[in-house]
Ligand binder design. Structure first.
Ligand code: PEP
Ligand code: MN
Length: 364
């Protein structure tokens, strides 16, 4: 679907990043006001606070509800900051609009469900308000785009995507692994759609927030969303990942904003040269992989003749271990080597399978 997006804020140049900060949840009026006052005057374009909280399990704090909307209205009046909150159903949309919330967002647990996204889109029919769409919790780019399309069809054209990482079963340093490639693919398909990095939900911890925010800026993202709380350890939700307004200030001062491009001829020529070299290496990689497949096919023919199964676990473990050790010496991470080799191995198996299941017409 062709979509033409308008900027989220008409009074802000599209070149400038959109910085969003505020608590995970609105807890009390004092906490909301104090955070807002400590953030006002800082690099913040939009104040966030969850009013209705979708929690993974019941009996967690599920948000203060509409009472908190009045607090956000007070934030607007006293600080001039624009405000945003998460909506997941019709009643949330109506209440938020009634209280003059400037921007809405759809949470990761809502984006996964087309019925809920459609309900929100229907409630927004004919309303001109910016809406930010978080990625679904599972790494499904189509589902993310689908949610954006549903809103667009309802007449919403000020849309941003929020990349908050993806759930992952297994040990990682992130709460939700970023899988940057998915966000980059979204950007490639919709170059005009702003993408904001929610470093808080990607990290789930404080010590790597800045590194992730910087990475997003280096990848030419259009903004950052960070959870900020006056007393993070005491927060009623997401305590481990929230930072104080002072820590937010320090983070913003450290972040280096990159220019998407430049007119500097020498720089551009060097870049062009390096890109050529990369293209050549990419081609070389393809040739090597294709050569590997041909060998796998020959082995397949041999196994077929001797009636041996395709998968030999000990051989596979040996290949993987050797590659991880060698790769580390060359500065390649274990995670990368594993993912790359698994993909190559699967492709080899497919090739072998084809060879082994082929009717051998010549021997009949
Ligand atoms: C949040 O922003 O506090 C939140 C609930 O995030 P997500 O939908 O990304 O889990
Ligand atoms: Mn949160």
């Amino acid at each position: 679907m062709d979509m033409i997006f308008r900027p989220i804020f008409e009074d802000k140049s599209a070149e400038e990043p959109i910085m969003i900060a505020g608590p995970c949840s609105a807890e009390t009026e004092a906490q909301v006001m104090r955070t807002a006052h400590e953030l006002s005057g800082q690099k913040v374009d939009l104040y966030r606070a969850g009013i209705w909280k979708p929690r993974t399990r019941p009996n967690s704090f599920e948000g203060v509800g509409k009472e908190g909307l009045g607090w956000l209205r007070r934030v607007k009046e006293e600080t001039g900051l624009r405000v945003t909150t998460e909506v997941a159903k019709t009643q949330h949309v109506y209440e938020a609009l009634k209280y003059g919330i400037d921007v809405l967002w759809i949470g990761a647990r809502t984006t996964v469900n087309p019925f809920s996204v459609q309900e929100v889109a229907d409630a927004l029919q004919g309303v001109d308000i910016p809406v930010m769409v978080k990625n679904p919790i599972n790494p499904d780019l189509k589902l993310w785009i689908g949610a954006i399309e549903r809103l667009y069809k309802a007449g919403i054209t000020r849309i941003a995507a929020i990349h908050r990482g993806f759930s992952y079963h297994g040990a990682t340093k992130y709460r939700n692994i970023p899988r940057w490639q998915i966000a980059i693919d979204l950007k490639r398909q919709f170059p005009e759609l702003p993408i904001i990095c929610d470093n808080s939900h990607i990290c789930g911890r404080r010590d790597i927030l800045q590194m992730v925010a910087q990475k997003a800026m280096d990848l030419n993202f259009d903004g950052v969303m960070t959870e900020v709380h006056p007393n993070p350890d005491e927060a009623w939700s997401d305590a481990k990942q929230q930072i104080t307004p002072a820590q937010y200030k320090a983070m913003m001062e450290e972040i280096v904003l990159r220019q998407p491009t430049t007119d500097d001829m020498e720089f551009l020529e060097n870049l062009e040269h390096l890109r050529h070299e990369i293209d050549e290496l990419d081609e070389e990689i393809l040739n090597l992989v294709s050569g590997r497949m041909k060998l796998a096919e020959r082995i397949g023919e041999y196994k077929k003749r001797n009636n041996i199964s395709i998968l030999q676990t000990s051989r596979w473990n040996e290949i993987l271990e050797r590659a991880v050790t060698k790769g580390k010496l060359k500065g390649l991470s274990e995670e990368f080597i594993t993912v790359m080799l698994k993909a190559i191995h699967q492709e080899s198996i497919n090739h072998q399978e084809r060879v082994m299941n082929q009717q051998d017409l010549t021997t009949d």
